[in-house]
Design a binder for this molecule. Structure first.
Ligand SMILES: [Zn+2]
Ligand SMILES: [Zn+2]
Length: 166
C-alpha cells in the first residue's frame, strides 16, 4: 500500500474510491474516501477488504466522476419539483392575483409542495430587489427565512394546491 494509490473498501462500497494518503507505516494508513472523508485503517484489520484499483480502473472512475458532477450539482441546487404544479420548488411562484408568493426556501424545506405566503407583506420589499421578476422589489425568501431579520413565523402559509389551479 503506497501513498497515492486508489483503493476501494469491499465491505463499504458506499464510501466510494479512496486515496491512500500515507505509505503504510506500522500497518496503518490514512485513506481519504470520496463519501466518507479521511479514515485511519489498520491494514491487519481491513485485510483483503481493501482492493487496489488498477490504472485503468482509476481512469474509468475519474471519467465517470467528471460526467456525474454536473448532474449532482443540479440535484443539490434543487431539481426537486412540486408534487402539485411540477415546477421547481426553489422557484418563486405567484398566485394569479399576485396576492400570494411561494418562498423558495420554505418550499424546498417542505420538499413536497410550494409554500405560499401573503405577498408582499410576508416577504418585505427593498428597492435593491426590484427586477423584472419582482417589480415590487419583494424579497425572494419570506421574512422567516431571512436570518438577518429574525422574526417569529407569524405569516400564514398556504399550500401550492390551494393557491395554484391545476
Ligand atoms: Zn407548486
Ligand atoms: Zn420561507
Amino acid at each position: 500500500m503506497q501513498a497515492g494509490a486508489r483503493v476501494r473498501h469491499r465491505s463499504k462500497p458506499e464510501w466510494g474510491v479512496g486515496l491512500v494518503l500515507d505509505d503504510a507505516a506500522q500497518g496503518k494508513c490514512r485513506i481519504q474516501f470520496e463519501h466518507r472523508g479521511v479514515v485511519m485503517l489498520s491494514l491487519e484489520v481491513v485485510g483483503n477488504n481493501l482492493e487496489v484499483l488498477s490504472p485503468d480502473e482509476v481512469a474509468a472512475h475519474e471519467a465517470a466522476t467528471m460526467q456525474r458532477q454536473p448532474h449532482q450539482k443540479r440535484v443539490k441546487t434543487g431539481a426537486s419539483r412540486c408534487a402539485h404544479c411540477r415546477q421547481q420548488l426553489n422557484k418563486s411562484l405567484y398566485s394569479a392575483d399576485r396576492a400570494w408568493k411561494s418562498c423558495p426556501l420554505c418550499s424546498k424545506v417542505n420538499g413536497v409542495e410550494h409554500v405560499f405566503y401573503e405577498y408582499p407583506n410576508a416577504f418585505g420589499t427593498s428597492d435593491a430587489r426590484i427586477s423584472d421578476e419582482a417589480p415590487d422589489g419583494a424579497q425572494s425568501y419570506c421574512i422567516t427565512c431571512r436570518p438577518r431579520i429574525r422574526q417569529e413565523p407569524t405569516a400564514r402559509s398556504r399550500a401550492c394546491s390551494v393557491v395554484i389551479s391545476p
